[in-house]
Design a protein around this ligand. Structure first.
Ligand SMILES: Nc1ncnc2c1ncn2[C@@H]1O[C@H](COP(=O)(O)OP(=O)(O)O)[C@@H](O)[C@H]1O
Ligand SMILES: [Mg+2]
Length: 180
């Protein structure tokens, strides 16, 4: 299958905080750059420091934050630049909006139990949420709506990130978005 026009693809990584989105996104970025592809990474935490500065974690603010990224990805991908997005993106409706607005959309669900994410807690946010110091924490007070039919399903609780990156690469190859 040929890539749709000369449009880029968007790999959209969704999952609970601590499920491994940033870890896998950075490895995938390195892997795609090594293949001389044009690619930009939009990681939730970094975008919240610039494009989405000042936004919080209400449903409305999360949607605004995600939709800003979708808009930028639309501009890039129509010019043939590929995008990796690593965002909790907890709402199905928002991810459906991304799918409708982005060509060559590849949804990747990082499946990891809340229990394991609490154990990892790379930023100490679960600890704060469980102590009631922060609210609106996805997985604790806020919902995470699991993807029902993602292009790629990763078990980030048990499988090493290196193997999961290979899984994404294989999917991009089988979809015809990158050369095998
Ligand atoms: N199998 C695994 N896959 C991905 N991350 C893992 C795995 N095992 C342990 N980790 C660790 O879990 C943490 C995930 O954090 P991070 O990538 O920042 O998640 P997120 O961006 O989804 O919040 C990292 O410290 C990572 O090293
Ligand atoms: Mg992250």
């Amino acid at each position: 299958m040929q890539q749709h026009g000369n449009r880029g693809f968007t790999v959209w990584l969704t999952g609970l905080p601590g499920s491994g989105k940033t870890t896998i996104a950075q490895k995938l970025l390195r892997e795609l750059k090594a293949r001389k592809l044009k690619v930009e990474l939009f990681d939730g935490d970094e975008v919240r420091r610039n494009l989405s500065k000042g936004l919080g974690f209400s449903k409305e603010d999360r949607d605004t934050h995600n939709k800003r990224i979708i808009y930028v990805c639309k501009l890039l991908t129509r010019n043939g630049v590929n995008a990796i997005v690593s965002l909790i993106s907890p709402y199905r409706s928002t991810r459906a909006y991304a799918r409708e607005n982005l060509p060559n959309f590849v949804e990747v669900y990082l499946n990891c139990s809340v229990k394991e994410c609490i154990k990892r807690d790379p930023k100490g946010l679960y600890k704060k949420a469980l102590a009631g110091e922060i609210t609106n924490m996805t997985g604790i007070q806020d919902p995470y709506e699991e993807p029902l039919t993602p292009e790629v399903l990763l078990d980030t609780e048990h499988d090493p990130s290196s193997r999961n990156v290979v899984k994404i690469i294989r999917k991009l190859e089988s979809l015809g978005y990158i050369k095998a």
